[in-house]
Write a protein that binds this ligand. Structure first.
Ligand code: FES
Length: 140
């Protein structure tokens, strides 16, 4: 028997995800709160993690055992991930991160610190400047 049905790791101690490319610490807190509110702490675990070497694409999270990755997350995405994916079993397509090649995908930065080639709003925000939802194709 698995110790947890699903285990979510959120990059909260890398250089970029926690507070520069978005609010990774807030994403972690929101996921944890959503799991606690549903009384699912014995089934689904939310953990802090260090850098995943996907810097510039975050805030990043990964869900096991499915190995489903999410990028450019915001705290406002937590409820949808919990309800649809962690409880319902269906990954949230608009937030998925699916690089073409395995391994590290760190983006270079321009002089302003913006990750070069990033498609998602930067820093990650629920609404882009046009007021549309933060759907983001991946990878860069
Ligand atoms: S800082 Fe989050 S993936 Fe590197």
């Amino acid at each position: 028997m698995a110790v947890y049905e699903r285990h979510v790791f959120v990059c909260t101690s890398g250089e970029w995800c926690p507070a520069i490319d978005g609010d990774g610490l807030g994403v972690h807190a929101a996921l944890k709160a959503a799991i606690k509110a549903r009384g699912l702490g014995a089934r689904i675990r939310i953990n802090h993690a260090g850098c995943f070497s996907q810097c510039g694409n975050g805030p990043m999270a990964v869900v096991y055992p499915e190995d489903i990755w999410y990028a450019a997350l915001t705290p406002q995405d937590a409820e949808e991930i919990v309800e649809r994916h962690l409880v319902g079993g269906e990954p949230v397509t608009r937030l998925r991160y699916e690089p073409a090649e395995p391994g590290a995908h760190k983006l270079e930065r321009d002089d302003g610190g913006r990750p070069i080639g990033r498609v998602a709003p930067w820093p990650a925000s629920r609404l882009n400047p046009e007021g549309e939802s933060n759907a983001h194709p991946s990878p860069r």
